[in-house]
Design a protein around this ligand. Sequence first.
Ligand code: TRP
Length: 457
Amino acid sequence: MALQQKGMHGTWVSRWTFIMAATGSAVGLGNMWKFPYVAGSNGGGAFVLMYLACILLIGVPVMMAEVMIGRHGRKSPINSMRDAVDDSGADPRWGYVGWMGVAAGMLILSFYAVIAGWALDYIFEVASGNLIGVNGASAGAVFDQLLNDPGRLVLWQTVFMLLCVGVVVGGVKRGLGVAVEILMPLLFVMMLILLGFAVVKGNFSAAWAFLFSFNFEALSWRAVLEAMGQAFFTLSIGMGAIMAYGAYMPQNANIGKTILVVAFFDSSVAIISGLIIFSIVFATQGVEPSAGPGLMFISLPVAFGAMPGGVLIGSIFFVLVSIAAWSSAISLLEPCVAWLIETKNMGRITANLLLAGFAWLLGLGSVFSFNIWSEYKLAGFTFFDFLDFLTANIMLPLSGLMIALFVGFVMKEEAVNAELEGTPSLVAEFWRTTLRYIAPVAIAAVFVMGIYDKFLS
Ligand code: TRP
């Protein structure tokens, strides 16, 4: 019999609830909005292969390690990390890993709310019928109009932030556990319907070829770094979100199997989104696969504007993107809120307003980077691009590296083994080797080469 330990917050009802909650955190803008455009900007096929390799060889082992720290401590990430450090007798400075995660979480939340705001705005844009019959160019103009209107961007950013606060104030467990079990399957069904549309009406074979034919000449170290950053971002690892959810995982659930299922769902949604969007892109004149952040907001409206019932399907699609973003964003807010409550004795409402307010304020920088500040560049990036690059490509890999080294070499053997209970020893050995050697070496190599490529060559 496995131990039935519980923390002060209790556990998810079942392994399945954990899977849906972790999938809710993982599946978000990263899958539907970011993956297709990053793959598009990096030439497709070879990037996708690197991305999948990063998910399997780096993402899954590190994600398992993160869940282990969380389930071992059963507290908010900063405190779980500190507990693991304390009872391994390790250097207390390892505890900084938890802090870096929280900082990255706040930075991500700040721009995440702005992009989620675009999706909210597009629910109404599509529903109003404004986009019926648009082509690539006119859909692009409608999108530019949104980006050039700071007031409208701030409005939707604020609405999204309030939606997140609304959930987290009420306590994530009660609301979230139920919500994700309904919303995630619904999301999956909607994606399949859109995929059907893409197969029938889009240029599916071109999309398939673009995503799965491997042209290694197009692949730079910078692209490999982005593939790795994307793997971290999409799985929600490297910043404590998964650690926090792991703290509520039943003790008898097998971590390896569970995380593989989450990674499978997450990659499937990303690949299906890519197939849908590129099928439509390749069937539409005036839209390039390398269109960048606007890809989803320009190419899909063209398709919705042309199909019967497109106004309805299109609005529902953007509702679902918003929901996916929502279930991810609360996993960015909750760990910090939990920590403030645990250690600073702060009320849940105060903690929420404080953190959401901070992220909202910082988010204004991203809002303005699309219009009035678009000329200001930091290291060649706009403010939004800078935060995106800093978090996904620097902070998340760095804290992933530290987590791999910590659980691989520093954390007490018995504690790790207790979390591995029920895992066949061959699988456990494979995981340990990957976590100790393959993941850290790969992260470090890609990291150094990617930064070199970006700034020094
Ligand atoms: N995984 C989410 C997405 O793909 C984003 C996200 C949620 C995230 N929580 C996170 C990213 C924690 C990094 C860390 O949209």
